[in-house]
Design a protein around this ligand. Structure first.
Ligand code: FES
Length: 164
């Protein structure tokens, strides 16, 4: 990241953190929901979707996270609002590869500004948490998305007891 890119990165993150879009919000008639949790910092977000006609007709999120998590969630809601599910799936993979694998920031639109996150390994999970939570909501997973994987620090909803 050169100095101009770093300035833009910091400005965009701070602006979205100060004024997160679609937050706090649970759209009326929401159909999908998931919870994401980072047990290293206790930050948690919840993503709510209203899906109809294979399209994300509305989206909102709640909870609290660091500036990068909140900015990533805010930018995510702007990027996927009103988008068909197949387009959202392609965007998820592009953004994830950009953040986690340092893949070229192609086809990600304004989210390109987040590509600098890759330079800060400790923050990659902050930025990807909202996206994994979105994906879990779309796949209707009831388990909490945990940045550290299943662990005692990331309690899951209790499972029904197996039949005797
Ligand atoms: Fe908690 Fe970033 S420090 S999500």
């Amino acid at each position: 990241m050169n100095a101009d890119q770093r300035t833009l990165y910091e400005e965009v993150i701070l602006e979205h953190n100060r004024h997160p879009r679609h937050y706090p919000k649970n759209p009326q008639g929401s159909t999908h929901h998931a919870r994401g949790f980072n047990p290293l910092c206790n930050d948690e977000i919840q993503v709510h979707l209203k899906v109809a006609n294979d399209t994300i007709e509305d989206i909102g999120f709640e909870g609290a996270g660091c500036a990068i998590c909140m900015a990533s969630a805010s930018m995510m809601t702007e990027a996927v609002h009103g988008k068909p599910l197949d387009e959202v799936d392609r965007l998820f993979h592009r953004v994830h590869n950009m953040l986690a694998e340092n893949a070229p920031a192609e086809g990600v639109g304004k989210l390109r500004v987040l590509e600098g996150v890759h330079e800060f390994p400790m923050r990659v999970k902050c930025a990807t948490l909202p996206w994994h939570t979105l994906q879990a909501a779309l796949e209707q997973h009831s388990e909490t998305v945990c940045t550290e994987g299943p662990s005692p620090f990331c309690p899951q909803p209790s499972q029904p007891a197996p039949p005797p």
